[in-house]
Ligand binder design. Structure first.
Ligand code: UDX
Length: 429
């Protein structure tokens, strides 16, 4: 099928590329000419495992093209996906200006029936607003349908998640666009759930909020584990074996971050507030997440006593593994808090150092993870990169002034670390 994707961020670029990979003819539109040029030349603006090869392959095969012109994108396809940012505003509500702008641009360019599919994460009832905007700004009597099709991919696993989704959610107002959506998604062999638009929009916010809740829940249980001598990993394992609970998203950590969970939680709380419901459960999820970082910083302070002029090595800057994304990164937050206390930092991340340099100043960026510990009073693991599990622990112990390791991601076994001579402090164990 001929498809257009407007917005080449994480969701738009990966969606467009995977659609091309399964054989659709895809035009990706972005209003940033430098980005479009880079993509046309086979480069990609983000780090995402497997994506660069797929972009190159599909550009080469002529199935994936890039343009800055929305009008061209609208003209070339009958189905237009919107995947533009919906960033948070200071009060937690969602900034809908990019989406509204795109809806107007699509409307202005439409000369025949189009299916306009929203992939951006939006507050419930946005579909109605998009339809109104298109009607208001469109040419007279051009028919269209608005569809909500939220995306559930995780950064760092985006290609894998998009190619093998658990489910596809399609929210519609009439049955007319359904066959086209079924055809687009047929190659992905996943159950397609057809709902009304409001429900589809709610599914996205409710899912992300639930996952964030799951992480805060296990982090709260981790506090009890620390206080009682229990081990959070054993507790999580024992809980997760119950299929009703499930094992995933039960990793205790120094807190969740990223461009989705914090923003979607705030948005969902705000949406609830606007319809008169005080979603206190989710407010507590936020509190637990913030407290988790406080507790971790306190643990470092209590162990090192005074942080001023102490040198601390930090492994990890990205908000999670397999990405160079530093948006709302707990690791960066931690770095800033340690700096505020006067600590001197030596930092490393396998992919995020370039992006971090713009916001994390006055630190030493170390290329080799095994060299970070040199001259440090303590080492901290802040991101769950698999690479860090292969850290040369013997070298690190010898390089540290004191063999202290704070593990915010529970990557190592406490008994083993003790045997190796470390003072090892992790989460909930
Ligand atoms: C999330 C959702 O998983 C995805 O479905 C949605 O489309 C976008 O938001 P993402 O933000 O890319 O994806 O990352 P995710 O893997 O969910 O991790 C989010 C944060 O939670 C990270 O900071 C991660 O380190 C943390 N996390 C995750 C935990 O602390 N513990 C866990 O068990 C899982």
């Amino acid at each position: 099928m001929k498809l257009t994707i407007i917005g080449t961020g994480y969701v738009g670029l990966v969606t467009g590329t995977c659609f091309a990979e399964v054989g659709h003819q895809v035009v990706c539109v972005d209003n940033d000419p430098a980005k479009v040029k880079l993509l046309q030349e086979g480069g990609i603006p983000i780090y995402e495992p497997g994506l660069e090869e797929l972009v190159k392959k599909n550009v080469g095969a002529g199935r994936l093209t890039f343009t800055t012109s929305t009008a061209e994108g609208v003209e070339k396809s009958d189905v237009i996906f919107i995947a533009v940012p919906t960033p948070p505003q200071p009060d937690g509500s969602v900034d809908m200006s990019f989406l509204e702008r795109v809806a107007r641009d699509i409307a202005a360019a439409m000369t025949s029936y189009k299916i306009v599919v929203d992939k951006s994460t939006v507050p419930v009832q946005t579909g109605d607003k998009v339809a109104e905007a298109i009607k208001r700004y469109g040419k007279a009597r051009v028919e269209f349908d608005v569809v909500s099709n939220p995306e559930f991919l995780r950064e760092g696993f985006a290609v894998e998640d998009l190619m093998h989704p658990d489910r596809i959610v399609v929210g519609v107002r009439s049955q007319r666009p359904v066959p086209a959506l079924q055809e687009i998604y047929a190659p992905f062999n996943a159950p397609i759930i057809i709902t009304d638009i409001n429900s589809a929009e709610l599914i996205k916010h409710a899912s992300n909020s639930f996952l964030a809740l799951k992480i805060s829940y296990i982090n709260a249980v981790a506090v009890l584990c620390e206080a009682t001598g229990a081990n959070i990993q054993e507790v999580a394992h024992g809980m997760g074996m119950d299929e009703r609970i499930g094992r995933r998203f039960l990793h205790a950590s120094l807190g969740f971050g990223g461009s989705c969970f914090p923003k979607d939680l705030s948005a969902f709380i705000k949406i609830a507030e606007q319809v008169g419901y005080d979603f206190r459960l989710l407010k507590e999820v936020q509190h637990i997440n913030a407290a988790q970082m406080d507790r971790f910083v306190k643990k470092i302070q209590e162990t090192l006593w005074v942080l001023k002029d102490k040198t601390i090595g930090v492994l990890g800057l990205a908000f999670k593994q397999n990405t160079d994304d530093i948006r709302s990164s707990p690791a960066l937050d931690l770095c800033h808090r340690l700096q505020k206390e006067g600590a001197v930092l030596r930092v490393h991340d396998p992919k995020a150092m370039e992006k971090a340099k713009a916001v994390l100043k006055d630190v030493t960026y170390v290329e080799d993870m095994n060299a970070v510990a040199e001259g440090c009073d303590a080492l901290v693991i802040a991101t769950e990169w698999d690479e860090f599990k292969k850290l040369d622990l013997d070298r690190a112990r010898k390089a540290l002034t004191h063999p202290i390791l704070f593990d915010g991601r529970n990557l190592f076994d406490p008994a083993e670390m003790e045997r190796l001579g470390f003072i090892y402090k992790s989460i909930g164990r």
